[in-house]
Ligand binder design. Structure first.
Ligand code: CO
Ligand code: CO
Ligand code: CO
Length: 320
């Protein structure tokens, strides 16, 4: 991290050397703790919905590691002089609702007076040290499952531009507030090769992280990727958040877009997500079982969006 000297510790199973969704520290031969922290500025107007989304987003990194979240701490930056305290109450209420749904105990928190409102959680969970699911580990032949539709960045941009109707805005908010809890439990039961959750770098940014420093590549089919309603329509109109361009530029060398792709393809596939779904690499022998269990478990839009390939190595091939 920034070239700073890290403190070596053999019990730190997942640390900063190879950045993953969360840190994992071994306490004993059969128990490790998972730690993560996430907070951000409001992405929806309704304070309670913002609280739910921020909490679901913070919990997601524990789910992505194949762990069980146990406790959480509130992180609050609040403009005491300009906003009514009732707004904070609603944010915290929304966060608590998601903690209750996750079976997580609120253990404390900290708040500071800040000109810009921010909310999130630090979360602690547990996992068996031998059952940690990391970003690495995808093997050629694995299938790739995405458990939630894409498009939250594009739709939030359209909402800000007063272009999106209430129905579409509500669908996106519900999608962001949905926990990755059941999807995580099911992937642990079925057994998978690798997983991460889709957030700010977009589907392709996180996909690049999964194949980085590996001997594999990926093929992703645009037509198989689940999308929120009106995502294509708004992308065509140019409702693209600024983060998309940074995401595209950063990973340009790893992307091979095949001919015939629509112009908006990469704008959607690099769209920064808030509290996105799990992106899972699973063997071809287990993919059908996992997908049908995801659908029955409530992740009704989960889909196989591509596969891990041996060649070209280190590249992501995008097809129609
Ligand atoms: Co993550
Ligand atoms: Co995170
Ligand atoms: Co304090």
């Amino acid at each position: 991290m920034c070239g700073l000297p890290l403190i070596p510790d053999s019990n730190l199973i997942v640390g900063l050397e190879k950045a993953d969704d969360a840190g994992v520290y071994r306490l004993s031969d059969d128990l490790a703790i998972i730690q993560t922290v996430d907070f951000f500025t409001p992405i929806v107007d309704d304070p309670r919905a913002f609280g739910q989304i921020a909490a679901a987003n913070a919990l997601s990194d524990v789910y992505a590691m194949g762990g069980t979240p146990l406790t959480a701490m509130n992180i609050v930056c609040f403009p005491v002089k300009t906003l009514d305290i009732s707004v904070l109450r609603e944010i915290l209420r929304g966060g608590l609702e998601k903690m209750a749904e996750a079976g997580v105990a609120l253990a404390g928190g900290h708040s500071v007076d800040d000109v810009e409102l921010k909310y999130g959680l630090s979360v602690t969970g547990t996992v068996h040290p031998g059952k940690v699911i990391t970003k690495g580990g995808a093997r050629a032949g694995d299938r790739l499952i995405l458990t939630k539709p894409l498009g939250t960045g594009i739709i939030n941009t359209a909402v800000k531009g007063k272009m999106a109707g209430e129905q579409t805005a509500d669908r996106a908010a519900a999608c962001m507030a949905a926990l990755n809890k059941v999807a995580s439990q099911l992937m642990q039961e079925v057994g998978v090769s690798a997983c991460t959750d889709i957030t700010g770098f977009g589907l392709l940014g996180h996909a690049c992280e999964m194949i980085q420093d590996s001997d594999t590549g990926m093929r992703i089919r645009l037509s198989s990727v689940p999308l929120l309603p009106q995502t294509v329509e708004f992308a065509r109109m140019g409702m693209i958040p600024g983060g998309t361009y940074r995401n595209k530029e950063f990973r340009a060398a790893m992307i091979q877009a095949s001919g015939g792709l629509p112009d908006y393809a990469l704008d959607i596939l690099f769209d920064p997500q808030t509290s996105g779904g799990l992106f899972i690499a699973v063997s071809s022998g287990r993919v059908d079982r996992l997908l049908s269990r995801l659908h029955r478990g409530g992740a009704v839009e989960a889909a196989v969006v591509g596969e891990v390939i041996a060649d070209p190595q280190g590249k992501i091939v995008i097809e129609e």
